[in-house]
Write a protein that binds this ligand. Sequence first.
Ligand SMILES: [Fe+2]
Length: 193
Amino acid sequence: MQRRHLLLAGLGSLAGLALVGPSRLVLAQACAAAPTEPNIEGPFYRPGAPFRSRLVGEMASAPLVISGRVTDAACRPLRGTTIELWQADEHGEYDLDGDRYRGIVRCDANGIFRVETIVPGRYLNGGAYRPAHLHAKVHANGRPVLTTQLYFPGDPQNDSDPWFRPSLLLASGPSPCCYVPNQPHRMTFQFVV
Ligand SMILES: [Fe+2]
């Protein structure tokens, strides 16, 4: 391969490469441009959850830390965003009387959030188990509320669930691989609204 072709191949492999004007190259910030898909609210939403970044008081059996960002389609952080989260407990039960495993998380000025919870249990819906999931409502200033759900890669119920969407899979965080007792699963997700 000629030297010029090698140079072009190398440039083309850079993520987010964009041409601006006839002679200027600008590296754009990597961005998940597609808006996050909405998903059903389900029957267990309760408004008025407390503001907190930990959805349960005591350390539970399958701790989970989810971190990520909320941005617009151009990767600009949406400061002032809040995320309502609600989920089943480890037995697949929702707290219908209180706020166990419910909470509202605030994003910082860079749109970054972090929440501590547990891996939710699966529950029967009709004759089939739903895959493990969390429910979310993303409130970004001046934008329609995004109601969606987050799913776990590798859950055997994903493929048979009518509401599962691959785009809503959590990604493994800095410590991928296997569950280690007393060490939290670390997952990430970027909301685009
Ligand atoms: Fe649910």
